[in-house]
Design a protein around this ligand. Structure first.
Ligand code: HEC
Ligand code: HEC
Ligand code: HEC
Ligand code: HEC
Ligand code: HEC
Length: 214
């Protein structure tokens, strides 16, 4: 009977386990690497249903963050604005723009615009915006220059080490309460001294695990 497969194919069963093993190692490594906080999250800038630009609205038009994220000082969540907020202007401004069609559709139907969430920590960790803003930590410390971003991009890893780095020494992150949304503000030498004193009265959780894992 004629040979169908060449003789070397007899070795395949013996080669298979090491090859499968190698492939597995590669897969495990890639998953671990890409899913580690630094690689999944920093730079994450998903495509949004409407090309809304912070650079235009918060930067050029100079709108305060709280015009749209209006619960940020009183609630744990900053929240994304309802369609009504956009329509305050876009009922008149650029009212026929193709780019704004999903906003008009949402207004007509009552269904929210399906914005894609960017910043997200795991459910087992607890974060509260108001606790930070009412102590004088500004948006820019945790989100970067949003006012220069056409598309929002995650700037910081938001992992535990990052939280603790600031909690161990919060003084450099403190600013006057009326500057928390000011992206251009820089500390004067007098303020730096005042901030040291303010920070000495604060106690952000560092060794108290239950402060953030409740
Ligand atoms: C005109 C309304 C408006 C203003 C003003 C505004 N934002 Fe936003 N913001 C939005 C909308 C809409 C989204 C959701 C779409 C997106 O991510 O671009 C958003 C998203 C964000 C996100 C990402 C949310 C997530 O999913 O993780 C951050 C952070 C943010 N804004 C911070 C700011 C800061 C800081 C300022 C002030 C410098 C600001 N915003 C001003 C409307 C606004
Ligand atoms: C305070 C008024 C105001 C509010 C509120 C506002 N915008 Fe705007 N928006 C503007 C102005 C002004 C322009 C620039 C118009 C121009 O280029 O002439 C603009 C432009 C835009 C454009 C570009 C349109 C185009 O065709 O070039 C988009 C998209 C947009 N806004 C989305 C939004 C969304 C989404 C919201 C709600 C989260 C929002 N805007 C809230 C004033 C506003
Ligand atoms: C001390 C760091 C810190 C500061 C200061 C901060 N944020 Fe956040 N922000 C975060 C973290 C962490 C998350 C993810 C929270 C989560 O997953 O529960 C987040 C999420 C968000 C989100 C999306 C989720 C949500 O809560 O609705 C928006 C929008 C946002 N921030 C806007 C702002 C604005 C606007 C300011 C300033 C007025 C601000 N943030 C100040 C750390 C911060
Ligand atoms: C300042 C807040 C904070 C404190 C205090 C804190 N954690 Fe965390 N922890 C976090 C955050 C944020 C994450 C990451 C959540 C994510 O990846 O989305 C995390 C993640 C973790 C994880 C998952 C593995 C990892 O490193 O991502 C473990 C385990 C953990 N914390 C244990 C502890 C223990 C034990 C303590 C007390 C010694 C503690 N944490 C104190 C905020 C905190
Ligand atoms: C840039 C500085 C900074 C960063 C980054 C930061 N924090 Fe804080 N955090 C503070 C300050 C300041 C306080 C106020 C402490 C006080 O009031 O005594 C605080 C307080 C807290 C509290 C106590 C709030 C309360 O209600 O008692 C929690 C919980 C907390 N932070 C969680 C986190 C988590 C989780 C992260 C990371 C995802 C984080 N923080 C990142 C500066 C920071």
């Amino acid at each position: 009977m004629a040979q169908i497969f060449p003789r070397w194919t007899n070795q395949i069963p013996m080669l298979a386990p090491p090859i499968v093993g190698l492939v597995l190692v590669c897969v495990v490594f890639s998953v671990w690497y890409w899913f580690s906080p630094r690689h999944t999250d920093v730079g994450y800038a998903p495509h949004q249903p409407v090309p809304y630009s912070h650079k235009l609205h918060a930067g050029q038009l100079g709108m305060d963050c709280r015009y749209c994220h209006n619960n940020v000082e009183i609630s744990a969540y900053a929240g994304v604005p309802p369609t009504q907020t956009c329509m305050n202007c876009h009922a008149n401004v650029k009212k026929d723009s193709k780019l704004l069609k999903p906003v008009r559709d949402s207004w007509a139907s009552g269904d929210p615009v399906p914005w894609v969430r960017i910043h997200k920590i795991a459910d087992y960790a607890y974060f509260d915006h108001s606790a930070h803003l009412t102590r004088g930590v500004g948006c820019v410390s945790c989100h970067g220059r949003i006012d220069q971003m056409v598309v929002v991009r995650q700037q910081e890893p938001l992992n535990m080490e990052w939280c603790l780095d600031c909690h161990r020494n919060p003084a450099p992150a403190l600013r006057p309460l009326d500057k928390i949304t000011d992206m251009d503000w820089v500390a004067s030498p007098e303020w730096t001294k005042e901030a040291q004193e303010k920070a000495s009265k604060l106690q952000p959780p560092v060794v108290n695990c239950a402060g953030c894992h409740r």
